[in-house]
Design a protein around this ligand. Sequence first.
Ligand SMILES: [Zn+2]
Length: 292
Amino acid sequence: MSAPTHHFTIDLEEYFQVSAFEGRVARSDWGILESRVSGQVALLLELLARHEARATVFVLGWLAERQSELIREIARAGHEIASHGWDHVRVTHQTPRQFRRSVQRSKAVLEQITGTPVLGFRAPSFSIVPGREWALDILLEEGYRYDSSLFPVRRPGGGYGYPTGYPDPHWIERSAGRLAEIPPSTLDLCGMRLPAAGGAYFRLFPYSMVRAALRQCERRGVPGTFYIHPWEVDPAQPRFKVPWSTRVRHYGGLGGTARRLERLLGEFRFTTIERTLWQHRNNRQPQGVTDA
Ligand SMILES: [Zn+2]
């Protein structure tokens, strides 16, 4: 059996739209800050093309509305366009009604731009946490087919994490229907389940952790899910004055991201989540996205 093809995912947002900067950057200032996303995306698209990799790109509706040509360019390059909500408000800070509006509006704008149905959603900062499962029902009701927001880790301090989540792709049965869940990959190490699939973990931890996480997925016969943000390949981005811990988490290792991505893309094969779902469309088992 050949090794599974993994998922390369991008959360498409500007460097100033990160949840950790919410207290520093007012949403009302977003429109006047320097936009850097197109240069960052160009670098990512070039890397992906060189390694013949396809990605799923979760796009903020706010950004898509202002950069529609960029979104079309990504879609034309063969990547999947999915939703990252409207303006990066975490689900933990939304009422069901606000969440519905956000996923409805972002889906409509993205579909209008690309002319292709949007199937997937990833919550800002993986913020579908225990107690917020109503979000999964709303996604089904609004026509989404999969979610990629349940990070199956326990994170001290909270913020995100769905500790009881199943770590591999699976189906979730809800009263509103059946939703595929594609969680970001984790690494099992000495009985602990660690986040290892991208973002700060990819920049700050040894590269071997991400590699080991994806190899563990391969041994289980399932695709792993890696994630990255465009601002993570841009060491020259304007920097905000933030507490030390946020600075390390957000700005640490930026200069090495592109090199690490090069290595990752050379070592593993990547495709879109949509393609995996298509391959497993007839699988009715509870964990039906897997081959197990
Ligand atoms: Zn985000």
